[in-house]
Design a protein around this ligand. Structure first.
Ligand code: ADE
Ligand code: ZN
Length: 319
């Protein structure tokens, strides 16, 4: 039995497996510039975040209808359930779809077809987190939040993702303040490729409750001390860090040192179709390669529920 866990850092578009990409391409009459799934998989050699994002955005071309988004999310939930995921807080990137002429309604209604029945179908409770693309303008983020007004009953929070360096969190001060005023929860990617100062800014300027990745906090001992003291959860993604070369090899991953420092770490999959594994695969990888004890693994699983946006009673039921 896999350890029951919550997944807190998962981009639904990053769960698009090559087989489903080709199936959706055929269904929608989209031509992919790859002969087959094998040739596509060959392209999964990334040198950094941007080289991954280029392919991630390119493949989104196959996602066109509500049913496409429902199939995408349904396939993820089935895989996650098999790996012990009981609760999933799922990111999506509306601007990347709106820019292709796919409306926010199509995306949210489609995802909801799968998420709305996820507890019954997969035993997984879910939340949706709408991410702003940090390499787009602050005005575009504000427009996206406005466009989300009809769907706010289905959206729990906002996040910030895409190309990090050169796009500091403070750029999104206004939209995060507006999101907070609407009662939305707040998270942001920070310290994946960007400097530790971006983590501090995400906390102080955006008021985030969790930091996605946060890996580079280790370069600033005072920041580590603060994150420990304030019990700020970090949603780490070990296999992603290897594939995007944030760490050289998994054996070099600082997760054990981060746990020893008292940081509230969680283990997640980020974009599992691209990075070689879902939540359980990430747990297995850190157990096998980093030699984490059973106690440490249980701590990571417990942290994932503690750091989630579940209410206390829901959290107890999910664990
Ligand atoms: N979008 C999808 N995956 C991402 C990641 N790891 N970092 C930033 N933006 C992303
Ligand atoms: Zn991410």
């Amino acid at each position: 039995m896999p350890l029951p866990k919550a997944e807190l850092h998962l981009h639904v578009e990053g769960t698009l497996e090559p087989e489903l990409a080709f199936e959706l391409a055929a269904r929608n009459g989209v031509t992919l510039p790859y002969a087959d799934t094998e040739e596509l998989r060959e392209a999964y050699r990334f040198k950094d975040l941007q080289s991954f994002l280029n392919l991630y955005y390119e493949l989104m071309a196959v996602l066109r209808t509500e049913q496409d988004f429902a199939d995408l999310a349904g396939a993820y939930l089935a895989r996650a359930a098999a790996q012990g995921v009981r609760h999933a807080e799922i990111f999506f990137d509306p601007q990347a779809h709106i820019a292709r002429g796919v409306s926010l309604g199509t995306v949210v209604e489609g995802l909801w077809r799968a998420l709305g029945s996820s507890e019954r179908d997969h035993g997984i409770s879910t939340r949706l987190i709408m991410c702003f693309l940090r390499d787009e303008s602050a005005d575009s983020a504000l427009e996206t939040l406005q466009a989300a007004t009809p769907y706010l009953d289905r959206i729990t929070g906002v996040g910030l993702d895409s190309a990090e360096v050169g796009h500091p969190p403070a750029k999104f001060r206004e939209v995060y303040a507006a999101a907070a005023a609407l009662g939305l929860r707040r998270v942001a990617h920070a310290g994946e490729e960007g400097p530790p100062a971006y983590i501090t800014e995400a906390l102080d300027v955006l008021g985030v409750e969790r930091v996605d990745h946060g890996l580079r906090c280790l370069e600033d001992p005072a920041l580590v001390e603060r994150l420990v003291r304030e019990r700020v959860p970090l949603t780490l993604c070990p296999l992603s860090n290897v594939r995007l070369r944030a760490v050289e090899t998994l054996a070099d991953h600082p997760l054990p040192a981060m746990l020893d420092a008292g940081l509230l770490c969680t283990v997640n999959s980020d974009d599992p179709a691209y990075f070689g594994g879902y939540a359980g695969d990430n747990f297995r990888a850190v157990r096998e390669t980093l030699g984490l004890s059973e106690d440490r693994l249980r701590e990571l699983a417990r942290n994932s529920f503690v750091a989630s946006f579940l209410e206390d009673d829901e959290e107890r039921r999910a664990r």
